[in-house]
Design a protein around this ligand. Structure first.
Ligand SMILES: Cc1cc2nc3c(=O)[nH]c(=O)nc-3n(C[C@H](O)[C@H](O)[C@H](O)COP(=O)(O)OP(=O)(O)OC[C@H]3O[C@@H](n4cnc5c(N)ncnc54)[C@H](O)[C@@H]3O)c2cc1C
Length: 400
């Protein structure tokens, strides 16, 4: 019955990242013809690992992708926040049986290429999905019935509906929300994946570890079945950043870590410094849908990475969108409106929490002492309670 709601109508999707490909498979499964337009010459994820919390796995399960995800993901034993100078743990959140029992899925990490690869495979298996690369969408026109997109190469394509999954600088968002470019980035990221053999045995740990110090932090965790190791540094910029200037340097990358623990320096030596990323977010907004157009993922709610939730929220968006399309028997404008209404407050909370979290991570002095005191007095159950609003399967806990 679910398959019938699409009735072979055509949905255009701008952007072939995690959100766009997940939406393509979810909607094709409902019987829509789906065309994905990706500006890059290939479907690929640059960067390194990504953390997928239980709520992200739940969304993957709703989309029928969990089994494949489980094959590629690694399940760390704990989330650890560590003092950057002393090397002592500030807090350790267990991710074992108690955590999995409560949130019904493990906490997982996966190489971005593996996550995108499994989504791409699901799209390629579905004859209703057409995937186009080298296809930058520049303009959107709303027709009496449906939508027309114009591409940079002069093509134009009509569809019954349009989904913008085109990330931070979304053209679809600017068409329907029209709130200007995102704010200038304030944080610089260097990241990369190295092999397990490169990591000294006394440093390797089957955990997600974040070393935190003033205005800078350093995250690492294993990937695949432990054969890879993911390294990410993030620090506050001391100048105005040009988002297009992505050339990195070892000097820039290591300077904020000068007084960090020697272990951090042993790992920093392994991290490539030729390319950097600059991160920013937006203040939450409503208005992610208009008629037969909707946005999802970073196009709708770009956030700092400090809750490790951008991709998880994109997957939740898709699961909710698919559910609304099914519930409205394929009435897309009303499904899009209901989807946006059901999603905007939850994602707003994650966006605001990510801003608070970076402040909590990169503090120093008295604030760092307060943080240590706070976390030091928490039991594992209290730590899990603190994150239940985000990970719990029970809607009643969503505003806890
Ligand atoms: C350092 C860092 C660490 C992170 N860690 C985590 C984590 O641990 N867990 C987590 O859940 N999230 C994490 N995130 C966030 C996550 O990476 C993003 O939220 C997620 O990738 C967003 O997916 P998306 O599909 O919405 O957008 P994107 O990944 O940005 O994809 C958008 C796609 O659209 C294409 N595109 C853009 N414009 C056009 C156009 N006009 N025409 C055609 N194509 C276009 C782009 O080329 C791109 O392929 C992290 C982010 C950063 C920066």
């Amino acid at each position: 019955m679910a398959r019938e709601v699409g009735r072979s109508r055509k949905v255009l999707i701008v952007g072939g990242g995690i959100g766009g490909l997940a939406a393509a498979t979810g909607l094709a499964d409902l019987g829509f013809q789906v065309q994905v337009f990706e500006q890059a010459e290939d479907f690929r994820e640059v960067g390194a690992g990504i953390q997928i919390a239980p709520n992200g796995s739940r969304a993957l399960q709703q989309l029928g992708l969990l089994k494949e995800f489980d094959k590629w993901s690694w399940k760390p034993g704990a989330l650890v926040m560590r003092d950057a100078f002393e090397g002592e743990d500030i807090v350790r959140i267990g991710l074992g049986d108690e955590f999995v029992g409560r949130f019904e899925h493990p906490y997982a990490v996966i190489h971005r290429a593996d996550l995108l690869g499994l989504l791409l495979e699901a799209c390629r298996r579905n004859p209703r999905i057409d995937l186009a690369t080298n296809s930058r969408v520049e303009k959107i026109e709303e027709l009496g019935q449906g939508v027309r997109i114009r591409l940079a190469d002069g093509r134009s394509v009509d569809g019954d509906a349009l989904i913008g999954a085109d990330g931070l600088r979304s053209v679809v968002r600017s068409h329907i929300v029209n709130d200007g470019p995102p704010p200038a980035p304030k944080y610089i990221v260097y990241r990369g994946v190295v092999s397990r053999e490169q990591i000294p045995d006394d440093v390797w740990a089957p955990e997600v570890v974040m070393w935190t110090g003033p205005n800078a932090d350093f995250v690492h965790y294993p990937l695949r079945s432990g054969e890879l190791f993911n390294l990410v540094v993030t620090f506050k910029a001391d100048r105005e950043l040009d988002p297009m200037d992505i050339a990195g340097s070892r000097e820039e990358m290591t300077a904020p870590y000068a007084s960090f623990h020697p272990t951090v320096h042993r790992l920093l030596d392994l991290l490539p410094a030729d390319r950097k990323w600059m991160v920013t977010d937006r203040t939450p907004t409503r208005g992610w849908s208009r008629g037969a157009i909707a946005v999802l993922g970073d196009a709708a709610h770009p956030m700092l990475q400090y809750m490790a939730q951008g991709a998880c929220q994109a997957l939740e968006d898709v699961a909710q969108l698919v559910e609304q399309v099914r519930a409205t028997s394929g009435e897309l404008p009303s499904a899009f409106e209901q989807y946006a209404e059901k999603r905007y407050l939850r994602t707003a909370r994650v966006q605001f929490s990510a801003r608070q979290m970076i402040e909590l991570c990169q503090v120093s002095g008295l604030l760092a002492d307060l943080r240590a005191g706070y976390f030091g007095s928490r039991t594992q159950q209290q730590l899990h309670d603190g994150i239940a609003w985000l990970y719990s399967p029970h809607p009643g806990e969503r505003f806890s």
